[in-house]
Design a protein around this ligand. Sequence first.
Ligand SMILES: Nc1ncnc2c1ncn2[C@@H]1O[C@H](COP(=O)(O)OP(=O)(O)OP(=O)(O)O)[C@@H](O)[C@H]1O
Ligand SMILES: [Mg+2]
Length: 259
Amino acid sequence: MKISVCGKGGSGKSTIVTLLANEALARGYHVLVVDSDESNSGLYRMLGFERLPVPLMELVGGKQRLKQKMGQPNVLSGSQIATAGIPEQYSVKRDSLRLVAIGKIMQSLEGCACPMGVLSREFLKKLTLQTNELAIVDMEAGVEHFGRGVETSIDSVLIVVEPPLESIEVAQKIHDLASGIGIKNVWAIMNKVPSDEIVTRLQTELRGRNIPVAGCIHFDPEVFSSSIEGSVPTNGRAMEEIKDVLALMLARAGIHAPK
Ligand SMILES: Nc1ncnc2c1ncn2[C@@H]1O[C@H](COP(=O)(O)OP(=O)(O)OP(=O)(O)O)[C@@H](O)[C@H]1O
Ligand SMILES: [Mg+2]
């Protein structure tokens, strides 16, 4: 299953990606995390790695080369990519967890991020997973990735929603765009919710907009304070709450425990 984690900037996408990855590992899955955010670089740290892998953009010759190739039917060679086939220097790996990054904007005036969108789309399309593998994609904030077609081969979309209306409105847009391209499993996950009263209000609001809710991660002071060092706690309330979310997503996608 390929899961895309999206939502408004700062809603908690990278945190949720990390919680999901840790929970999937605990369930015995092999997990490939795809860092598709061209602006922020901290996901590797949240996942407990010491460095960002060399971005896949370098595999195709860097951004300028990728730009030149953009009109061609393929920028990556071959018709399928297995996780084991990703060249070693383009991923970082620990036990059953592997991280790849598409590319990062490094300089001012280097041009738009469209080439990274093209590469993300093609990589995710060609990526073939074994039954015991899950891919979890940390998307850039907002909705532009839908315009670039990055989600065309995604099975499940998880939209991270905070209580403010602005976040709910972005979630609505993502839900409609994802459903519009035929993705069957589109979920919202409520995040940073401060009280059960707000959980009920937010849930009612989302359901009223026909956005199915996969669960809730309360505002967790431990998650927040860990972010000062760039990490995400591997136990505690948020880790407990993510369990039901992944269980529901796997069950609805018809995926059973790995062998
Ligand atoms: N459930 C939570 N409880 C407390 N703090 C949280 C929670 N979820 C996320 N945060 C905090 O919110 C901040 C933003 O989280 P994160 O970086 O995961 O968001 P993001 O959506 O990936 O941001 P960006 O759009 O910049 O990539 C971090 O300080 C993080 O620790
Ligand atoms: Mg992020």
